[in-house]
Design a protein around this ligand. Structure first.
Ligand code: NAP
Length: 260
């Protein structure tokens, strides 16, 4: 399916590895030019090179997207942002009794205020041009909070509430600007492996056993892949997806047991 976004420019934040990388490569395969960011140079260059093999222009920006400087550099690298994929590392797991205000502010900055600042910088210009797509990578924990990921549950719930209002602003929705959140369940990335290994260590259990138990708890009996995630993100960015806005779309192999 041709997604009708060839030649557009996307900013894919935190795009060197994992889900962000999956989104960047899927968009590149649709002929979208990219600005991709990450803090580490090496993996970012590797992903940029891979995307370039799909025949698009790719600008790799090394920086921390959760800082004003990192965002300014990322935004300045794109001639315009038609498609915005917000993403950043997730907060660490733990016990809420151990989190002070600094820990909370860090989580809010990374997983709520950064996507809001990026949308603020991009959506009005999208509306003026009559086309724009925003995909925020959040988490399945927005629908079914995970106890040890309290920082993530809290910060992402804040973003979700904000997006529900913003996406329905007619100054955006009536100008072909759609804003949606993509909620990953368990995807096979470095973060998932690290989180499961840390959980196993805390419980003094074998990591392979914990990973297998997690897999078996998913009706699909497997973890998702970054390629699947990227393909879905690319569809949300497509010309065809203009009537889909303000939604929270869960990709989790059936793990969430509810009807809605
Ligand atoms: P990942 O494999 O660890 O990849 C994270 C990517 O983000 C890397 O490219 C990393 O590169 C970049 N990054 C992290 N912090 C950054 C920052 N401050 N500025 C710029 N780039 C940054 O993680 P993932 O599994 O793809 O997860 C992506 C997001 O989805 C996270 O917020 C995670 O919590 C959420 N999520 C993931 C899952 C899952 O199963 N994988 C499930 C639910 C939610 P550098 O380290 O070089 O900066």
């Amino acid at each position: 399916m041709e997604l009708g976004i060839r030649g557009r420019w996307a900013l894919v934040c935190a795009g060197s590895k994992g889900l962000g990388r999956g989104c960047a490569l899927a968009l590149a395969a649709q002929g979208v030019n990219l600005v991709i960011t990450a803090r580490g140079r090496e993996a970012l260059q590797r992903t940029a090179d891979e995307a370039r093999q799909r025949g698009v222009e790719v600008r790799a920006v090394v920086g921390d997207i959760t800082t004003p400087e990192g965002r300014a550099e990322a935004l300045a690298a794109a001639p315009q942002v038609d498609l915005l994929v917000t993403n950043a590392g997730g907060p660490p797991p733990g016990d809420f009794r151990d989190w002070d205000e600094t820990a909370w502010l860090q989580a809010l900055r990374a997983n709520m205020l950064t996507p809001i600042a990026l949308m603020r910088a991009c959506v009005d210009a999208m509306a003026e041009r009559g086309f724009g797509r925003v995909v925020n990578i959040t988490s399945g924990a927005v629908k079914a909070p995970i106890e040890v990921l309290g920082l993530s549950n809290g910060a992402r719930a804040g973003l979700t509430g904000f997006v529900a209002g913003l996406a329905r602003d007619p100054r955006l929705a009536a100008r072909n600007v759609s804003i949606n959140n993509l909620l990953p369940g368990a995807f096979d990335t470095e973060r998932l492996r690290a989180t499961l290994a840390a959980g196993a260590a805390r419980q003094q259990r074998d990591a392979a056993e914990v990973i297998e138990a997690r897999r078996q708890a998913i009706p699909a009996r497997r973890f998702g892949t970054a390629e699947e995630f990227g393909a879905f993100c690319a569809f949300l960015c497509s010309a065809q997806a203009g009537y889909l806005t303000g939604q929270n779309l869960l990709l989790d192999g059936g793990a969430y047991p509810g009807v809605f």
